[in-house]
Design a protein around this ligand. Sequence first.
Ligand SMILES: C[S@@+](CC[C@H](N)C(=O)[O-])C[C@H]1O[C@@H](n2cnc3c(N)ncnc32)[C@H](O)[C@@H]1O
Length: 227
Amino acid sequence: MAYAADEEDSIQVGRQAIERLGSRRKVLVLGSGLLRDVPLRLMRDRFEQVMLLDAVHLLPARIAARHRGVTIVVGDLTGMADVMAGAPGPRRDPLARWRDDPDLDLVISANVLSQLAMAPAAWLERRPGREEDLPPDLPPDLPARIVGWHLDDLRALRCQVCLLTDVSYSERRRDGTEGADIDLMHGHDLSRPRARWDWEVATWGEVARDVAHVHRVHAWPNWGKET
Ligand SMILES: C[S@@+](CC[C@H](N)C(=O)[O-])C[C@H]1O[C@@H](n2cnc3c(N)ncnc32)[C@H](O)[C@@H]1O
């Protein structure tokens, strides 16, 4: 799997986001994961506080948090975890505590957006014929709403937002015929990206001899305010 080039492209966009900032007090990384596609060292050097948010923090994040100024935060960016656990709706605002933080200078949404709808979609699928058990205010188009909620959450921030996300998944066939082409943004138009690249998650022969799986990634160092 050719991940290194994709990670380096993402890191480069994160660097551009940091370089354009006037003030560097706090940075919040959403979907920090294994910290492979964010400029961790640069963030540590430039910011007073680096906050890493993910649903699950594995060893790389826990090691990173041993450094002064780096903290890990466990959080659910869909805001749906409580609802899925049986609490009544509506969803919780996952970024509420940072919404008006005057010291927050940068938020990086780090290749998490396309993943957010997965667990809620699986949760819905596990409940066939049990619609009456679902919270009454649950929107029918939940995956699309989850993508939209994250974009709204980012728009509501006062600070600069760097957005990195894969926007589509497609199959490339050696014989040139059309394969699957899936919109991971569920119909949301994110505006023209500053950078875009293809990320070959499975090359010829990895999952099928004549089919490669490719994700198209879009990136904005200053999302919503690019000219
Ligand atoms: C493709 S990985 C991101 C890669 C990461 N930025 C890196 O540099 O290695 C997606 C991450 O999103 C996280 N994630 C998925 N759903 C989430 C949710 N609802 N809330 C918070 N994090 C979530 C996963 O745990 C995973 O770490």
